[in-house]
Structures are given as structure tokens and as C-alpha cells.
Design a protein around this ligand. Sequence first.
Ligand code: GLY
Length: 317
Amino acid sequence: MKNVPAIVVHGGAWDVSRELVGPNKTGISHAAIAGIEVLKAEGNALDAVEAAIRILEDDDSFNAGIGSVLTLDGHIEMDAAIMDGKTLKAGAVGSVSNVRHPISLARKIAEETIHVFLVGKGADDFARAVCAQEVCSFGELVVERRKKLWEDINERMGDKLVDGYLKAQVELLDKYPLLKNVPLDTVGAVAIDKNGDIAAGTSTGGMPMKLSGRIGDSPLIGCGTYADNDSGGVSATGHGESIIKTTLAKTTCDLIERGHNAQKAADVAIDFLWTKIGGKGGVIVIDKNGNVGLSYNTTKMPRAWMNTEMSTPEVTI
Ligand code: GLY
């Protein structure tokens, strides 16, 4: 069967605020086009996923790379993973704070080390060693609206956030409907190339006001990210703790192995996320036959898909 190379990208599952609708649409459209350009130029699925996610990490309207949310103690700790469905080679980083493109660092781990997952200081040191030109400071990653949200929350919640974090988190959700609507605007991409090889990647600043050291679903293989040519590729977004508990990306691929196409698998997986655990989020999927699927149970999920026969991406928010 002829494979039509294709890419699908997402910009997170949440209630996108009005002023970010336009920038988010533009961002995911650019990311899909960047991925398709790579696929047209005979790049492989991994190259396309990395290229698309780099665009989203550079776009400060998303919570990944520049524009990442702040932790409880006011820092940036980013997570990312990329996986090759042909070889099951995977690379992931957790809690990195000094690199512009965590997705490229994750790919370097997959391709230049014997490991899968580096976190914290080790990941930051690895970044300095293998991609010094991409190393950056906190000041280059942080944007004004994230700083303002952090300052505002701290002013209102004060010491409560430190003393009794769990209780304070509940109060925080009540006071900030924006947070309640899952502000987990992770970014992700899944691609299939002309050889039928599939890749998936996900990158995020994680949950706003998270405890330092908290790692979400995005870099965990099988949770936020998974790819296997025998089933498909998945990037998940939404409430990380729920996605981890349901190993959502691998669960979606397992549904494909059991005979569902990409859309059906995506729908069943999101239904499972909700009915099993009350989790909110979304998945983008490409199955081994090249079908694209998208499903979410949040208010919005900016998303775009495109194949090499289309002149423009289909963009929805
Ligand atoms: N889904 C992104 C996170 O929870 O970190």
C-alpha cells in the first residue's frame, strides 16, 4: 500500500484563553507545515516530529521551551520525549532548565547514549556537552505573562502554597478557573513517512506551580509519548498524573493492535481516561495504515494535520 507521509500536531488540551486562540492557530499551522516540508524533502518521521516541535518550543504562546510555566519556587523545569516506531529507540529529558529545545536534547539521548531518560542536573550537563549552542538561561525562557500569573498566585496564596501544598492546590483550582481548565498546553507531534515509519514526540513546561522535581506524563515512554510501527504513534496532553496512571499513549497503541483505527483508538482511550480516573486530556494518533485520529475531553485542543498531498494544514482549536 502506498504511504502518504503525514503529520499531526497539538498545542495542548485546555481552555485556550481568547487572546491565545490566534497565536496558537498560527503556531500549530507553522509546525505542521515545517514537518511536511521535512517529509517532502525525504526526511524521516523522526526529523519531521523534531522540526515541528522545535517550532512550538520557540513559540511563547505554548507551554514548552520559551513560554514554559513556572514551578512553585519560580523556576522552569521542562520535560520532553521522542520515540522512533521503527526501532523503538526513545530519548527523554525531565526537569531540564537550561536548553531552548528539550525535544532535540531528548533525540540526542536516543541517538548518542545508551540511555533513554536523563533528568535534572544530569540532563542540563548533557545539554552543555552535546548542544552547547542551544544552552540558555532562565531569563531567555521565561515570558511576562507566566511571571505575572506566578506573582499573582503567590500574592493571593502566600505561604499556603508551601505549608500544606495539597490543600493549597485545591484552593488554587477554585480561585483560578483558568487553572481548573487544565492549563497543560503541552505540545506534541506524530508523523509517518514514505516508508511507513512512525515517530512521536511531546514537549512541555509541565503543570503550573508544580513542586520542583515533579515530572509529568510527557517524557514517560508509554504515558505521554509512544510509537511502534506495528501499531501507531501517539502524543498525549492534559493532566499528567492521570495520563501516567492510565499509560495513555501505550493504551492507545494497544487499542490499534486490537483492531481499532486511529480515530476509534483515540476516542476509546480518552473515554477510558475519563471513566477510569476522571482524567482530562487529549491524544493525537497516526496508525500503522496512515490514518490520523484526534480526541480530547477538555474545552479545546489546538491541533493541525497535513499530508504531503495537501497544500495547507487542517487547523482546528
Ligand atoms: N501533560 C503535561 C504534564 O502534565 O506535565
